[in-house]
Write a protein that binds this ligand. Structure first.
Ligand SMILES: Cc1cn([C@H]2C[C@H](O)[C@@H](COP(=O)(O)OP(=O)(O)O[C@H]3O[C@H](C)C(=O)[C@H](O)[C@H]3O)O2)c(=O)[nH]c1=O
Length: 183
């Protein structure tokens, strides 16, 4: 298992060992012992899976403290452009956007610490599988609109398919003023 730094504290890409033979391949997608050995001690409590047709953007989502979630995210089918924004108060990289293509060919994953807004674009029909460090808490959900002009995120999709809920998410500026109130 290779852990690649991203230049943002705590945000790492994970490339697992993949064992291929004439039947296909085998890979461990989570092994607590190996993660701890690599310095990743996050405790996960919930696994989620979502299917997105090509052209979907989900996000940017987060849960407010004390229900903020660290996530271990991957595409088990297809190809997604995973996108995170550092919204940790006082972080040296506050407001920084990081993107990483997660594909079923690379079997790569991204460990997203708590304190990030998270979303992804489905560049193909994709199945997204992820572990969360805190349970779903609907009343603590928040987000930032996918097309915020300040973040200017390139999702790789011109006119994304988004949910009604995501279409109403606030701008990054409005999010920050609200976040200061709830933190
Ligand atoms: C997140 C979640 C949702 N739900 C229910 C609530 C809704 O009735 C339905 C769809 O929820 P939503 O539209 O919020 O699903 P996504 O747009 O995929 O949300 C996720 O998208 C981005 C990429 C994330 O990082 C978050 O994990 C999460 O916010 O599933 C649950 O029952 N449990 C859950 O943990």
């Amino acid at each position: 298992m290779e852990v690649k730094e991203t230049g943002i504290e705590g945000l790492v890409e994970i490339i697992p060992a993949v064992f291929s033979d004439d039947r296909g391949f085998f890979t461990e997608i989570y092994n607590r012992q190996n993660f701890v050995k690599s310095g990743i001690t996050t405790e996960f409590v919930q696994d989620n899976l979502s299917y997105s047709v090509k052209g979907v953007v989900r996000g940017l989502h987060l849960q407010y403290p004390p229900h903020a979630q660290a996530k271990l995210v991957r595409a088990v089918k297809g190809r997604v452009l995973d996108t995170v924004v550092d919204i940790r108060p006082g972080s040296d990289t506050f407001g920084k956007v990081f993107q990483c293509e997660l594909t079923d060919k690379k079997n790569n994953a991204l460990l997203v610490p708590a304190g990030f807004a998270h979303g992804f674009a489905a560049l193909e029909d994709s199945i997204f599988l992820y572990k969360c460090s805190s349970h779903y808490a609907h009343e603590f959900e928040g987000g930032i609109c996918w097309n915020d002009p300040e973040l200017a995120i390139n999702w790789g999709i011109e006119k994304p398919i988004i949910s009604e809920k995501d279409s109403k998410l606030p701008s990054f500026k409005d999010f920050q003023s609200n976040f200061n109130k709830v933190s």
